[in-house]
Ligand binder design. Sequence first.
Ligand code: GDG
Length: 474
Amino acid sequence: MPQAELVVVANRLPVDRIDGLDGAEGWRRSPGGLVTALEPVMRGANGAWVGWPGQADLELEPFDFEGTHLVPVPLSEDEVQLYYEGFSNDTIWPLYHDVIAVPRYRRVWWDAYVRVNRRFAEAAAAAAAEGGTVWVQDYQLQLVPKMLREARPDLTIGYFHHIPFPAYGLYSQLPWRRQVLEGLLGADVIGFQRVADAGNFARAVRRQLRYETKASGIRVPLPDGGSRVALAKAFPISIDTASYVELAQRPDVKARAAEIRESLGNPDKILLGVDRLDYTKGIRHRLKAYGELLEDGRLSVEHVTLVQVASPSRERVQAYMQLRDEIEQMVSRINGDRDTMGHSAIRYLHQGYPREEMVALFLAADVMLVTALRDGMNLVAKEYVATRNDNRGVLILSEFAGAADELGSALRVNPHDIDALKDTIVRAVEMPAAEQGRRMRALRRKVIEHDVAAWSRDFLDALADARRAKENEE
Ligand code: GDG
């Protein structure tokens, strides 16, 4: 097996299986910023990607795909339930998103999480060249950095956390809080979305492990009595901005945007929400505010329509089934109360769409609603902005999304404050073109300057610095 200078470890491989075919021809690159950003880096560095192929009980040999060596990690049906749906998505996800839903702490889930993390660590250890670099992605794999360091002390290890890291008062609920912190501290660089997340992490380390922290550095004691410094710092993720700008310029995509407007009955204003159907995204708060505005008569279905794309997500997890029922009940109540023969209050779509269609929707939307109750970053906010080549449109952005740190020219909102959310929606609907332009230009500057390539460069540079520091010590 070839040894890779750079190994990415993520829960999922960057490919989706196409039904009915076998082997390398049976795969398609999955859409997504991380994959796009890392592709050139992976090619250049003779890179490998370690991850689950996305189907339970699928055992595959490593294979090459578009310049990257892919190393599949198998998961049994049981492990998908315990490690992925259980510990990752029903313990860590709700706990790290400020307990919006109640986290469930189950010891069998934790046992599976440890077991599966070890399998990923072993696969990464086998794939990496002597003195190479491994970059671990996200909350499903928090124990991998430590396991990997123990197996391969020669490696430089990075970890990026895509979701929030909660305040210590919440984090301390986790029965395995020490093991998770120690797991993460196996990395040389631990990246977070926001400065506040890195701060919460450092505080948990101080309180729980009593390690010393200074600026972004955390002094981690070594068994021989010495110590090393791990860096815990914000590296806000971004999108492949250029590809969104280009898609939004394509004549067929623009024509589709016009067609969407037309088929909604040419409303004066289209409001849009695009989210995975997840309780962190504040979809219910958004519907509540919008429904009240229609009820108060401050908005009318003759003039505005809300399009809500809620793409199916984690459908076997109880909390998600319940959320879907609640949202669908709200939507049908509002539509039942407010629709006319010619106009609908909400066009609700529980479906996933190709990227072209998403961009057409962004182009058709006058107001984009991002009302997350807690969100690591929220890429949808950045994607909307990237597509607005005409500098028109209004972004309403929750202050609880990581994107709020960079996108200061959006209309900021606290989604729990329904009255404020209502006022903000009305302000967005009525915003004069000149103000839209001023704000949108500033927003666009941010996502054009700081795209996902800049993000991965910054992170990999920090890892390269860590490696040099290590070599100097030796
Ligand atoms: C996690 C963190 C952080 C959605 N529906 C469709 C579709 N999407 C695309 C969006 C966007 C992506 O999925 C969702 O990214 P978000 O950032 O909005 O949210 P999460 O999925 O929760 O992502 C988040 C992110 O990781 C990265 O670090 O920002 O905070 O929670 O790109 O456009 N894409 C297509 N069809 C759909 O129906 N094609």
